[in-house]
Ligand binder design. Structure first.
Ligand SMILES: *Cc1c(COP(=O)(O)O)cnc(C)c1O
Length: 392
């Protein structure tokens, strides 16, 4: 199993667990138990039951006929935007909250950038009656007011991160610091990042996406294999889930799309695979954007969910091994793709998702009969940005 991590959490040279000694017992407890918990019939029953009745799964696999016509291929959209809370993130928070409960934890901490993971975490904490503390950069608290309000209404306590650029990476640093001081809490990480076993655990919890795609595509076309699957990559969790059951199937091309911001070489970008080098960030060895002194370079994207200076170790390995093809889309291209999908299919995608849609015009589509695009989230949260740019 080439794309499964080894015992120490390494995908090739990437991964591992670079953590302060005080966190060893916590991370070890999780590492020693997560696979057994996830594979237990008790967990599977509870997880699948909540995904069905609470989240609304299976999410539809929708044949986008007008989009297909425009690009002269067959495009299916995996509708993660229709999940409760509006994105794929809840698949992971449902899974981890159950794992936290199995481990006897009563208090949950999480980091959030745009607030999407914070909302998904606060939601499942409300569902389970667990205490929830969310770390969020002060800058992000100001620019993501609706999600801050949602989290508060859901009963979460929000702690502002006031160091550095006061954004996601600073919130993550604060969360880790708090975790060291309160090792009895469960740290619920929102993407396939962080120390082992988080990247593998989150990938397994998002794998429901490709599990369903296989069944639904077979149902609709007679073949479970598309020619390509396209997904946007911030940390990489929706892409990991959409790719998961196809990783060892060379017939299916995997296309990961990063945010190029104002352009890959503009200095205002988040295209980690193009700009990054090997280093350690938030507990794992991966590729990340850094300067000559190893200091993290501030990423930029119009989409808060893709505005992260690294990618998960699985994606670093998919890039290095060339199993996945890495493409990117600028702010402008993403906006155009969002307007296009809205006009011709009546679906307003999240800005993150719009980056995945934006590569269609850049591909030679004559090679592809069937393409699946993972529609990671809905665009309600981005309406203000969409309206601001509408006339430009
Ligand atoms: C958070 C988010 C992303 C980026 O996170 P990944 O871990 O890379 O999936 C993408 N799309 C949406 C809608 C999001 O909310």
């Amino acid at each position: 199993m080439k794309f499964q991590p080894d015992n120490n959490g390494y995908y090739g040279q990437f991964g591992g667990a670079f953590i302060p000694e005080l966190l060893y017992p916590n991370v070890k407890e999780l590492k020693d138990n997560y696979i057994q918990i996830i594979n237990s019939s008790e967990f599977q029953e509870a997880y699948k039951d909540l995904l069905k009745h609470y989240v609304g799964r299976p999410s539809p696999l929708y044949h986008a006929k007008r989009l297909s016509e425009k690009y002269n291929t067959t495009v299916y959209l995996k509708r993660e935007d229709l999940n409760h809370t509006g994105a794929h993130k809840v698949n992971n928070t449902i899974g981890q909250i159950l794992i936290a409960k199995y481990l006897g934890k009563t208090k949950i901490i999480a980091e959030t950038g745009a607030g999407q993971h914070g909302v998904a975490t606060a939601t499942v904490c409300a569902l389970m009656g667990l205490e929830c503390v969310v770390f969020m950069g002060e800058t992000d608290i100001k620019r993501q007011a609706p999600n801050v309000a949602r989290m508060k209404m859901l009963g979460a306590r929000i702690i502002p991160a006031t160091s550095g650029s006061k954004t996601l990476k600073d919130a993550t640093n604060e969360a880790i610091r708090y975790w060291i001081q309160h090792p009895e809490t469960y740290y619920l990480i929102g993407s396939v990042v962080g120390p082992h076993p988080y990247p593998d655990m989150v990938a397994r919890l998002q794998a429901i996406i490709s599990e369903e795609i296989k069944i639904q595509l077979k149902d609709q076309t007679g073949n479970e294999n598309p020619d390509a699957i396209i997904a946007c990559v911030g940390g990489g969790s929706n892409a990991a889930g959409a790719f998961y059951h196809y990783l060892n199937n060379d017939k299916v091309e995997l296309i990961a799309v990063e945010a190029a911001g104002l352009g890959v070489n503009s200095g205002e970008s988040a295209a980690t695979s193009q700009l990054g080098e090997v280093g350690v960030i938030h507990g794992s060895k991966t590729i990340l954007m850094q300067d000559d002194y190893g200091q993290i370079v501030e990423p930029y994207s119009i989409s808060a969910g893709l505005d992260y200076p690294g990618v998960g170790p699985l994606h670093a390995f998919l890039h290095e091994s060339k199993r996945a093809k890495f493409m990117n889309a600028t702010d402008k291209e993403a906006l155009q793709a969002a307007y296009e999908l809205t006009k011709i299919e009546g679906i307003i995608p999240a800005l993150e998702t719009a980056h995945a849609l934006a590569v269609l015009p850049k591909m030679d589509l004559s090679k592809y009969n069937t393409i699946v695009i993972n529609l990671s989230g809905r665009g309600d949260k981005d309406l203000e940005t969409y309206i601001q740019h509408l006339d430009k």
